[in-house]
Design a protein around this ligand. Structure first.
Ligand SMILES: [Zn+2]
Length: 144
């Protein structure tokens, strides 16, 4: 398959994947609210009464969808920051696609490592605040 054709197929598959992910999240939220199933539980949260680094992710996404970026940031900072980075990368990919550049996805290593670092450090700080000082940033264990 020629490079341009392959690139178009990959770009189309990316959009189909993004749409299916958005649909799955929408159905999860609707189903959860309708009582069809409970919220996805977390082993750390349920058994050890601490937050794992991913706890608050659903809340962060929902707050972002309600246009509350600050609340989203407080629930899980990598979500709104990742949305901004994802939007920039997405626009960049479209520009590259229209210009027929060879490389559509520009994802530098420093960006990936920064997000991973923020994700882990925030998770650790949140756990230390909860266990050591009873400061509960999500409010599940010590309601504000
Ligand atoms: Zn968790």
């Amino acid at each position: 398959m020629p490079d341009r054709k392959k690139q178009q197929v990959h770009f189309l598959l990316f959009h189909i994947g993004a749409l299916l992910t958005a649909l799955a999240f929408f159905l999860y939220v609707k189903g959860s609210r309708a009582g069809l199933f409970g919220p996805v539980s977390c082993v750390f949260h349920d058994l050890f009464h601490v937050y794992c680094p991913s706890c608050g992710g659903t809340r962060a996404i929902l707050e972002l969808l309600r246009f509350h970026p600050v609340r989203s940031f407080l629930a899980l900072p990598v979500v709104p920051l990742g949305a901004v980075a994802g939007l920039v990368l997405y626009v960049r990919a479209w520009v590259a696609f229209v210009r027929r550049e060879k490389k559509l996805l520009w994802l530098p290593g420093w960006l990936i490592w920064s997000f991973l670092g923020l994700y882990l450090i925030y998770g650790l700080v949140r756990a230390v605040l909860l266990v050591g000082f009873r400061i509960d940033l999500l409010g599940d264990f010590y309601p504000r």
